[in-house]
Design a protein around this ligand. Structure first.
Ligand code: PLP
Length: 357
């Protein structure tokens, strides 16, 4: 089966096999990782190795903290402003789709929040060009969503924010390509697309941004307190951290970020090239801003959506239904999706077009 779920998403088979092998007895400890104290030497070792591998993969500079928290990216929509907006009371948001709308809406509770740019007028099918953004040099930070999972719109390049810290929701494209962490003030991501199961949220934050939390910030959501406690102020999501660590090591064994980018570009090219020559299927995103991770597409005759999904399932191509906001289909092709999986999808779409086009 090829699983095109937008998340929680397919995981590398090698990782699942290793987790299954270690499920009942982790390396002779007599315990499952689920049964270990987070303060015991076994789990502390897993946690430290997981962080070290992530630091190595993304070349995270030493002046950045890496936190493994609970709550997911939706919780971060509140936790980020609670921790960062206090410096000046203001923040700028760039709105490129449904996820950044949610980030913006949530942040309004915590300070003066402005829309620096928006692609809403064109149906969120592009990234507003950088020279159209209105940035406030006094903003505590500028927030973007690097990959809009629902709309299939992605930044290809890191915007220059003129010294104002850049905050990115990278939930659906972290670990998919090399990034220069030093260009960001803070990066956050839920794990359940490219990194592991749901339950753990990664926060990578430059240490000079800590220390401005609003007084209302719960201690479990205070980055500084969590950094001081090595992300163990509350019980961390231990099993999700363990699986994320296996995924990181797996990605490293495949060649790291440069190899992931090449693999992801090859898959996306195959699918978009097919869509662009098809007279039956269509992707509506501006070509320069198309996501390498999430590819929404529409059938010429939406009445056949159900027929398409049934036929896909019969061929082992699952979880292709588009998000209800956008409709149609969506193929999520994260790191763990193989080129073979995308080839199988394109072959099915060719056959479907021949029959119904
Ligand atoms: N942000 C982006 C870009 C996402 O893709 C998602 C999940 O699909 C979220 C935020 C929300 O994540 P969670 O439900 O884990 O809080």
């Amino acid at each position: 089966v090829f699983n095109f779920s937008p998340g929680p998403a397919t995981l590398p088979e090698a990782v699942l096999r290793q987790a299954a092998d270690e499920m009942l007895d982790w390396r002779g400890s007599g315990m499952s990782v689920m049964e270990m104290s987070h303060r015991g030497k076994e789990f502390m070792g897993i946690h430290a190795e997981t962080e070290a591998t992530l630091r190595e993969l993304l070349a995270i500079p030493a002046n950045y903290k890496v936190l493994f928290l609970q709550g997911g990216a939706i919780a971060e929509n509140a936790i980020v402003p609670m921790n960062l907006i206090g410096r000046t009371g203001k923040a700028d948001y760039v709105v490129t789709g449904d996820w950044s709308v949610r980030s913006l809406t949530e942040a309004r509770t915590y300070g003066r929040v402005a829309v620096a740019a928006s692609s809403e007028a064109t149906g969120f099918t592009s990234i507003p060009p950088r020279d159209t953004w209105t940035l406030d040099p006094q903003a505590s930070y500028v927030h973007i969503c690097s990959n809009e999972t629902i709309g299939g719109v992605q930044y290809h390049g890191t915007p220059d924010t003129g010294g104002v810290p850049l905050v990115a929701d990278m939930s659906s494209d972290i670990l998919s390509r090399p990034i220069d962490v030093s260009r960001y003030g803070l990066i956050y991501a839920g794990a359940q697309k490219n990194m592991g199961p749901s339950g753990v949220t990664i926060v990578i934050v430059r240490d000079d941004l800590l220390g401005h939390a609003l007084p209302i910030t719960p201690s479990a959501f205070n980055y500084q307190l969590q950094a001081e406690a090595d992300s163990m102020l509350n019980t961390p999501p231990t099993y999700a951290i363990y699986i994320a660590g296996l995924v990181y090591k797996h990605v490293r064994s495949l060649g790291g970020m440069a190899a992931m980018e090449e693999h992801n570009k090859a898959k996306a090219r195959l699918l978009y090239d097919f869509l662009d020559q098809s007279s039956y299927f269509q992707n509506r995103v501006a070509p320069a801003d198309r996501s390498l991770m999430n590819v929404p597409f529409h059938l010429k005759d939406p009445a056949l959506d159900g027929v398409f999904l049934d036929g896909a399932r019969a061929r082992g191509l699952i979880q292709l239904k588009g998000h209800r906001i956008v409709g149609g289909m969506r193929a999520s092709i994260y790191n763990a999706m193989s080129l073979e999986g995308v080839r199988a999808l394109v072959a099915y779409m060719q056959d479907f077009e021949r029959e119904h086009g």
